[in-house]
Design a binder for this molecule. Sequence first.
Ligand code: ZN
Length: 560
Amino acid sequence: MNMLLNLESPVTTAHRAKLAYIYVRQSTSGQVRQHQESTELQYRLVDRAAAFGWPRERIEVIDDDLGKSGTSSDGRGGFQRLIAEIGLGKAGLVLSLDASRLARNNHDWHQLLELCSLFGVLIADGERVYDPCAYHDRLLLGLSGIMSEAELHQIKLRLHQGERQKAARGELKLPLPAGLVYGRDGRIALNPDEEVQARLLHLFAKFRELCSAKAVMRHFQQANLLLPVRPLAGPSPHDVVWQPASSARILQVLKNPAYAGAYVYGRRRRRPIGRRSGSQGPATEAVAIQDWPVCLKDAFPGYIGWEEFMANQQRLADNLNRYDAHRQGVPRRGNALLQGIAVCGRCGRRMGLHYSGPHGNYPVYVCRADQHQHGGPRCQEVRALGVDVAIERLLLEALTPDRLALAIAALGELENEARALEHQWSLKRERARYEAERARRQYDAVEPENRLVARSLERVWEDKLRQVEQIEIEYESWRRQQPVSLAGIAGRGGPGADPLVGRGSSQVVERGKCGRAEADPQACHEGGDPRSAASERPSLDQDRMADWRCQRAPDPTQCE
Ligand SMILES: [Zn+2]
């Protein structure tokens, strides 16, 4: 005690008249759990404050920040409270194990020093007491603040280099999109779920055809198709969930090089400035493909080839609505025929469209890139109606000799489309039936007397059966809207085709009247489909459910 209170000690009665604050912090919750020794050491600083002459009841421990990093004061409620208490003149001493506990950020650290020197607060660590008003103490404190920030930088650098080297060898385990999975041997393979595979292949095929992510999105929404997504929140393994196909989700699939079988590390990097409001981490930005730090092509099986992936990226870049010269435009929606693809004859840039007239129904092609970007005059504008009529005539004239071939090709395309969708639907229905069957098996596995569990499993089963019904209704209504005879398509499936089905479109018209088709539409329309073997399972309907309930009810009077 005498040692501490010698003439050199800056602690005075004025300091002791105020409170002593002990600041306790650990960077992560893992450290809090595993390095309890350090946490205890920090709590034992109370004894040290008592040794300086503070009575126990005037020592306050601030331990709100256990498990929080000292990189910034954001989200560190304890540190902010400490700053507030100092600013209110309540503190005489701030004690922490070392400077890095208080802050690993020079800005926060110097703010603390400044406040302490203004209000005459002493700072102490495990070794000695500093007076921020004294020049030499201030110098030491400043240096230890710099050291603690530098230390953090060194730690991060070492960790990051290790990660990068592992990634360069392709051994760093990166999160995978829904279409890929890690096998037992740690290798990456296509997701074995057939519906996931088929949906993604359909997406790429549609983009090949429609050339626009928005158009693919509209197609998915019209056909009522969902997209497989693997959300990366929470502890792994992350399950695949089915989500509506938004434009962003479709772009995520199209822009993900993993679907082209490439192992890529560093697609995004931290931005030195800016942070999205509400987000925890720093802002990031996309890195251009040629600057990706690690890109190993053909590292694992993919859904498309690398050339197609690159072509898709080029296509997406061209689709951006920039009216620059030498950009391949994309047809856009509107009343004019050439919206998005008309090129200005004077400057070579894409022309925009605006609507004139009292009701805005006269489209006009305008070239106004100069006006938008440099405030210059409009390059030129042309009324669309006259141009469109001329283009239409030219187009029809050019097509006249091939009219029959074109009509057949168009019909073939419609059939292909219908066949692709039929495949998607059959997988969707198969999944729904499987889930209902699974719910039934779970219900079966429980003891009938255990009504507490059986009741909730029964509800789940009922829900699944309702979903099966709903999907069948949606499927039927989709079939009715199809202009092309699907029965004709299915009938050409193979030698095992149902002879009834091959009779053509009259079968489709008769569908509603065919009793068997109503009960089990699969039997009538998928005769030639190899997948129809899977559909031979007994149909699950509400009657059967009721039968089950009767058999299983422990008390026969419960059965209605
Ligand atoms: Zn122009």
